[in-house]
Design a protein around this ligand. Sequence first.
Ligand SMILES: [Zn+2]
Length: 257
Amino acid sequence: MTGWWRSWRRARTLERRAIPDDLWRLTLARYPFLAARSAAKVDALREMATLFLARKEFTGAGGLVVSDAMAVAIAAQACLPALELGLSRLDGFVGIVVHPDAVVARREHEDEDGVVHSFDEELSGEAMHGGPVMLAWRDVEEAGESAAEGYNVVIHEFAHVIDMRGGVTASVEHVDPDSERGRWLAALVDEYEEFADRVDADEETFLDPYAAEALEEFFAVGAEAFFVAPVDLEAEQPRLYQLLAEFFRQDPARQLP
Ligand SMILES: [Zn+2]
């Protein structure tokens, strides 16, 4: 019965709450990397974004009012990494909090000697287990222009959501090294270590050096570039491109319409 009810509800959502044509066209024009795939895939993305909008709750913070155009922009970019994996990979949280600009968060870090240091960190986005997902609208709005640098805050945070929900990078310590996932993860760790060495050596990298912070950041930063600047990522890190293509079951460098 659940299956029947779900598909009935899905059909009703698509019928009643479908993203209007003009709003969808505007979204594709503002974020051209969304449209860089076959017409059938762009339609599938629109459908997924519609269902996403029906399931998630947007809240504006700091006086921001989340308009339809803002919600659709976020939904479409959030669904892009889940397009071939299924919307359920973005379950596990409901709330999306949109701030006008980056948020300053007070952080504490305990060093090896047990001394606690506190510092301020500027956040353009944040994803936590169970949500909510926090996004800075200024960064989301500029995602069309910042795509050339491989930067995309929505894809970054929703790559974290997919990673956390699937326990992907977190399983690196206890996955069977001979399993398919074990081999995939070992290759990702190799790429990560090579990248971290380049950052340590002050080499110029296409990926944001922030990716060297931790394996999960490498995955999320890699995912941003994979979806918004796939040709550049593939040129510099073909093996990482291949690993992400396998994971997301997409090949954006070759999916142009
Ligand atoms: Zn991150």
